[in-house]
Design a protein around this ligand. Structure first.
Ligand code: NAP
Length: 341
């Protein structure tokens, strides 16, 4: 028997999530059966999509969390016991399950082996993991950049956005990005190589439209949408003929009880022949090898930079999650739960 501590969802938040919505409990785990592994969790991910799982009555691509039950999500761990030939004791693995706890028993099929010598283990939850794949899919499969085109990325200093910006530069685009602080704006321009970054908190639709038009007088060809709201309206004002928009997420509305009114200028997509496509990264898992083959060498060569905001200890997981909606994370938000054995 192995004990595990787990973070539970005690109540569904209305509006912004708060510490009182979370609890914790300790339970005994069964021994792994054939085809299963016991994992010691080393790192866990907090991601904006988890807020959507805290809405019990909304139809979604992923089921809601249950009140009083443990949360779940992406994790990197070390195999303690394996009842599957795919893994040996001591292997490092990443999977979509096993987060919000310090040990996990699950099917070996839910995990993939990772190499700790290629990148820090936490990077498999960020730039080399689900958010990295999301950035690559949105750009390479949906926006389909052409050299010399203009890209705008909202949420540009986050886990997804920071790689989307750098891939845009890699593909030869002029890149604009937005974030919510002067420090993030400076990082985007000085470290990530973004041509122009905006602090969206200093703009309204009119001033952002003007600022974008100054950089891109012929319009924005690619829009990587992470945020929604005012910025989407400014992009609809400035989108080029034949523009492509990858709708990845709209975090500005995730804590709203009532949906925001839509942008007043959607009609521009008609006259400008704009393509808008939403996507969920889990539908593109077959492209992981292509993603890894392209992004891992860029990372190894130092051509892609990434930041992490690290929260220490399982108890900090709710703070890490809440911080996503306050802009407290710089790059990928991760929780460090244990050191490798
Ligand atoms: N479609 C998919 O499969 C998929 C997969 C992964 C992620 N996503 C989506 O991609 C987006 C980014 O995810 P991520 O994991 O990379 O998160 P992240 O950007 O690392 O973290 C969230 C960031 O969002 C910004 N934010 C929070 N509330 C905001 C608001 N009201 N208005 C404007 N910005 C706000 C904050 O940055 P600032 O300081 O800049 O405000 C915060 O740091 C989210 O919309 C997420 O749902 C989609």
């Amino acid at each position: 028997m192995t004990e595990t501590r787990q973070i539970t969802l005690e109540d569904y938040p209305a509006g912004m999530p708060a510490p009182e919505h979370f609890g914790h409990r300790t339970v005994d785990l069964p021994d792994p059966q054939d085809g299963e592994v016991l994992i010691r969790v080393l790192w866990m991910s907090v991601d904006p999509y988890m807020r959507g799982r805290m809405r019990p009555n909304v139809k979604s691509y992923i089921p809601p969390f249950q009140k009083g039950e443990p949360l779940d999500g992406g994790a990197v761990g070390q195999v303690i016991k394996s009842k599957d030939p795919k893994f040996a004791e001591g292997d490092f693995v990443v999977g979509f399950a096993g987060g919000w706890r310090d040990h996990h028993v699950g099917p070996a099929s839910a995990y993939t082996k990772v190499d700790p010598n290629l990148a820090p283990l936490s990077a498999y939850l960020g730039v080399l993991g689900m958010p990295g794949l999301t950035a690559w899919v949105g750009l390479s499969q949906i926006i389909k950049p052409k050299e010399g085109e203009v890209l705008y990325v909202s949420g540009a200093a986050g886990a997804v956005g920071s790689l989307a910006c750098q891939l845009g530069k890699h593909y030869g685009m002029t890149v604009m990005g937005s974030a919510g602080s002067a420090e993030k704006v400076e990082w985007l321009e000085k470290e990530a190589g973004v041509d122009k970054a905006f602090n969206y908190k200093e703009h309204d639709v009119v001033s952002l439209t003007k600022a974008i038009s100054e950089i891109a007088p012929k319009g924005v060809d690619g829009y990587f949408e992470n945020v929604g709201g005012m910025q989407l309206e400014a992009i609809l004002n400035t989108v080029a003929f034949g523009g492509r928009m990858a709708f990845c997420g709209m975090i500005s509305g995730y804590n709203n009880d009532k949906p925001e009114p839509g942008p007043s200028n959607l009609i521009n997509i008609v006259g400008r022949g704009v393509m808008i496509q939403g996507f969920i990264v889990s539908n593109y898992m077959n492209l992981v090898p292509q993603f890894a083959a392209e992004v891992a060498p860029l990372l190894a060569a130092g051509k892609v930079k990434f930041e992490e905001t690290i929260y220490e200890g399982l108890d900090k997981a709710p703070d890490a999650f809440i911080g996503l909606f306050r802009g407290e994370n710089f790059g990928k938000a991760v929780v460090k739960i244990a050191e490798p054995a």
